[in-house]
Ligand binder design. Sequence first.
Ligand code: HMG
Ligand code: MG
Length: 310
Amino acid sequence: TPRPRVRITEVGPRDGLQNEPRPIPLDTKLELLSRLSRTGLKHIEAGSFVSPKWVPQMADSANIARTLPTRAEIASTPAGEKIRWSYLCPNMKGMESALEYKVPEIAVFLSASEGFSKKNLNCSINESFEKVIPVVKAAKAAGIPVRGYVSMVITCPYSGKTPPQMVLKVTEKLLEMGCYEVSLGDTVGMGTVDTVGTLLKCLKEEGGIRLEDYISGHFHDTFGMGIANVGEAVKWGVRGFDGSVAGLGGCPYAKGATGNVATEDLVWFLEGAGFDTGVNLEELAKIGDWISADIGRRNESRVGKAIMSK
Ligand code: HMG
Ligand code: MG
């Protein structure tokens, strides 16, 4: 019998690199995307159409969006499935770029906490909805699938604990708007199996949301709870997870901050739990080792390091 599939979204080239203080050459980014395309990963975030003043590292996303379609050799996975390159779009200005470069997919991102909404998007949660509605409309009109993100789903450094009902409210709105799924961001990695379980229970039982179809888990691993939280989410029926190769991410200037759950760890865990990820772990581990060395960071994937030291 075939093993059940899980959906993996590789966010390393976007979430992983966006905080790097030193500029990373465009060629390095393209090489990373190209190598990732050969691992079996089908859904890869390639960049962000955000303000270059806010996130300078993503300022070359237009170059990426322009270049990827010209490289036929990375259009599909080794198994022949089309790769969905995705780009973050916070507003219509970002959407104009998405349309100009005919990107295959976009993601919109909102916060479940007012404090982070202000810090990350320079507006309230309600105002952010007003900016995102036309983006989703324009994407739908152009036939571009939209993924939704909700940030600070557990706790927020500016607003404190996030009530699960708040996450439910934002998630429901994103789904009503037409996002095909919502990725729940534990942005600061402070979630535990308890708080993650409570949140998923709320979405499922109070919200009636089919977690297996509409929810992905986006766990930052700052407190080392990422994989434990993935395990809890799997038990609740979640079948989509975001990871960052080598655990890339986090600001080197913010003490203790780290990136997403490493995709290598995610693949190891999910395959071990009987799921089919479609990802070649050995290849992914090599990429994690290469990109960490190339940008002068430690490889944060325990699984990646274990595989590479064999
Ligand atoms: P604002 O300053 O309020 O925007 O920022 P504005 O509309 O007043 O425009 C100000 C300037 O930005 C103007 O330029 C605009 O043209 C320009 P100026 O006239 O001053 O030269 N601008 C843009 N430029 C390029 N692309 C655009 C764009 N929009 C405006 N799309 C804004 C509001 C939303 C633009 C800003 O706050 C922003 O870019 N924020 C993005 C922050 C970001 O990317 N954060 C990281 C991604 S989210 C994340 O990591 C969380 C996630 O991983 C999940 C999780 O872990 O929780 C997804
Ligand atoms: Mg994130």
